[in-house]
Design a protein around this ligand. Sequence first.
Ligand code: MOS
Length: 734
Amino acid sequence: MKFDTPATTNPIDRLEAVGKPFDRIDGRFKTTGTAPYAYERHDVAPNAAYGYVVTSGVAKGRIASIDVAAARAAPGVLGVVTWQNAGKLGQAKTHYARLLGGPEVQHYHQAIGLVVAETFEQARAAAGLVRVDYAREPGRYDLAAQLETAPLVGGDSGEGSASPPVHRTGDFEGAFAAAPVKLDAWYSTPDESHAMLEPHASVAAWDGDSVTVWTSNQMVAWAVRDLSETLLIPAEKIRIVSPFVGGGFGTKLWIRSDALLAALGARMAGRPVKVNLARAQVPNNTTHRPATMQRVRLGAARDGRIAAVAHESWSGNLPGGKPETATDQTRLLYAGANRLTSMRLAALDLPEGNAMRAPGEAPGMMALEVAMDELAEKLGMDPVELRIVNDTQVDPEKPERHYSQRNLVRCLRTGAEKFGWNRRNARPGRTRDGTWLVGMGVAAAFRNNLLTKSAARVRLDGRGVVTVETDMTDIGTGSYTILAQTAAEMMGVAVDQVVVRLGDSRFPVSAGSGGQWGANNSTAGVYAACVKLREAVAGKLGVDAASAVFAGGEVRAGGRNLPLAQAAAGGELVAEDAIEYGELHKKYQQSTFGAHFVEVGVDRFTGETRVRRMLAVCAAGRILNPKSARSQVIGAMTMGVGAALMEHLAVDKRPDYGFFVNHDLAGYEVPVHADIPHQDVIFLDETDPLSSPMKAKGVAELGICGVAAAVANAIYNATGARVREYPITLDKVL
Ligand code: MOS
């Protein structure tokens, strides 16, 4: 189905199943331990052997020699895979570092081998017997050291939307020089780790020259493609299965070494092999959100209108890697005739930097939205009002291009009222509660809404049960549930009459889970397939689907009715289709908007910050399930607090080392429940007929964008300490 004219009234608008706060279908399985994660697939591979990944102990250099004899002779060991015996391997175009290194080593903890044994303990013990001698080379680990030399490089946010290295509109330098009120400030964000609960894990089994990999992955079709490019076998010979994912946040957008090594290990051992990455291997073996340094310049008239905005960002990556697109939102968020954005990329020998929840906008808003707070103070203006004054209903770089929908101002005003913003004292350090200095902060939220092809198959059987099949994943987001709601609405059946089967490359290719595009696109794909299934069912009644009503488990038209079970009594009805986007969406800018409000207390004596209250107001089109959407947003807000106050991969910058020191959940701090006492989420009641037939948009990543800046701004309001280096630990506040 080509979506190329604005959506009109359709069956989804009935909102009998869609838009309701259904519990997550997978919730019971996950909380009772009956959702089989990849590493637990004893059912499909009861005779699996265990692989333990051997990782590099240096960041850069060559393996001078490797001795696996002792490991191979250890009890239970079935074999050792290294680059020397793995056969010819390719490199997936989306990977900057090889998933199996050697003899060249590109980053610390890069996989250089796999020990396969009868038990996990035997594999791990034997891995400790592998002797490796390295010829070390000094690496580059310090972004700040390359501020002057890093070249301009474009990016694509790791997820598909292109960003040029430099973008100019008007005359930034002239307008900035002439502006009566100016801000010029530097901000920095650290390397961060996804810290999802389930580490990367895979089980691989070969059948002749075909391989099946049960794994934990967000993008099943990308996994097939990347494994095909790496193993150098045709995509048809690869099956990827990923029905349950214990969190991803971007690090499972692409396969990692566990998937490749499980396949190589299984080929060597001649039986299935399961591999998981030990928690302490994850941050350095896989991907991370790269650190940034950002310079923001804002020039405004005395009434607050921005005349000049410049946002320049520096980040680093392995050679061939891409920059963090931290300037993306600055091209779109506020009005202003004279604009400059640029990205520079330093070559670093740290592990691969790549997408982590809202790549680009999440760290970019951490700078831009503090800069707006600083500008508001210079202007003597309320920071909510400053943002409202600079609202735009068109793309500021292309004024002929309108937003499909943009309700940022309503988010700000609604939030200010509900949060009690008028109780905020604009002068820092004036509000106290015992020994706590109390402050409030605000930030806009912004994240693009990406429209991407998504296919699905739906079946109707003789019991009247509707089965949905698509390679969409559910990474804890609620995909199972909203897809069931969509099919139920379209076919006029109860939600519990729908079976949803996900995460298998044998199913039609969906949008997958990334870039907050999963919900709108994958439900629209199911919508498209259901339109075809409705035609098949209506045909059984001898009527046109357009004139038929699907409700109560039957189809009705012209005074006649037919139960769905009966329509399929003579054989299962099957329909398959995809949502595809034509020219329409290119004419409009598709984004999601919100406002974050945060109240903090800062201990007057220790500088410790405690978040007291948070509110997010989101404008993200139709909300398909307010319960799962709220869960996504409060989770993202929590992650934003982590980015503001705690999260920080500490880099060992010594020339021979270059790795993330705190590479486990003991040393890498994220918020716990006690850190987050109170969160509210308000969804504006809106639909976007230009986004899809669902009239929905993404919301999961919107929830993080701006949060950390709102915390930083609240800390400033509480204390008068303006911290521009994240995370805002107490030493920086004192
Ligand atoms: Mo994401 S960083 O869109 O999985």
